[in-house]
Design a protein around this ligand. Structure first.
Ligand code: NAP
Length: 245
């Protein structure tokens, strides 16, 4: 097994973030399970990791807040003493066609998905620079690569995450820190559950592998990017999309 690492996973109370937290826990890594509203679900994730012999703590924080995300990083440092891997997974959608999209729908989605990612990167920069090591994994989306009607806010945020990732990969390389993005396609979670059947069918038509992805497909990719096997991979966008693009 790879060396035991300290991992922060944002938005780990459900869906992809939960699968990522469980996957790292199962591999023996120490996990900070961040959540926003669902404390009970986050505690369940912690329990599951601990029941299998791992170490984990749930920490509440709204990543869109600069102060709250600093507090999340500070708590992780207090609990585990270092941060080896940051997985920026928290994300929201507020889908609407441009004609109907409100300014607040744009601002909210950008604040959580893009600013939240930037906030967390900002706060781990100093500790990772001091350690001269680190892995940053940002969850983008296939639509951030190809665009999508009804998601101008979300797509802008996810394309922004790719630009942010590529820039920090160039800045942080000399400190032995890699930064990569994962761009999932359609993954079965609460986020996609709320779409209506016609939209789901239209997506399915675009997926060569003929099925939706599982949260674990993304989790396995995050584990790989954090592993020694990926030590020379930085500034990349890994698609987990069933062949969509
Ligand atoms: P999800 O099931 O809705 O989970 C979202 C998570 O984000 C929850 O844990 C939620 O916490 C947390 N969160 C929301 N706002 C937050 C904030 N301000 N601060 C901290 N945490 C916050 O969504 P998912 O489908 O697993 O998506 C996870 C990531 O993958 C997102 O970035 C999403 O854009 C991306 N993605 C998903 C798909 C897909 O098909 N599902 C495809 C491409 C990309 P609480 O529940 O505790 O409030």
């Amino acid at each position: 097994m790879n060396e035991q690492k300290v991992v922060i996973v944002t938005g780990a109370s459900s869906g992809i973030g939960k699968a990522i937290a469980l996957a790292f826990g199962k591999e023996g890594h120490k996990v900070i399970v961040n959540y926003l509203n669902n404390a009970e679900q986050a505690e369940e994730v912690v329990k599951e990791i601990v029941s299998k012999g791992g170490e984990a703590h749930a920490v509440q924080a709204d990543v869109s807040s600069f102060e709250a995300s600093k507090n999340l990083v500070d708590q992780a440092l207090e609990i585990f003493g270092r941060i080896d891997v940051l997985v920026n997974n928290s994300g929201i959608t507020k889908d609407q066609l441009m004609l109907r999209m409100k300014e607040e729908d744009f601002d909210n989605v950008i604040d959580v998905n893009l600013k939240g990612t930037w906030n967390m990167v900002k706060h781990v920069t100093r500790p990772m620079f001091k350690q001269k090591s680190g892995r940053i994994i940002n969850i983008s989306s296939v639509v951030g690569q190809i665009g999508n009607p009804g998601q101008a806010n979300y797509v802008a945020s996810k394309a922004g995450v790719i630009g942010l990732t590529k820039s920090i990969a160039k800045e942080f390389g000399k400190k032995n820190i890699t930064a990569n993005a994962i761009a999932p396609g359609f993954i079965k979670t609460a986020m996609t559950e709320k779409l209506d059947d016609a939209v789901k069918d239209a997506y399915l038509q675009q997926i060569p592998l003929g099925s939706f992805g599982e949260a674990e497909d993304v989790a396995n990719t995050a584990l790989f990017l954090a592993s020694d096997s990926a030590k020379y991979i930085s500034g990349q966008v890994l698609g987990v999309n069933g062949g969509m693009i």
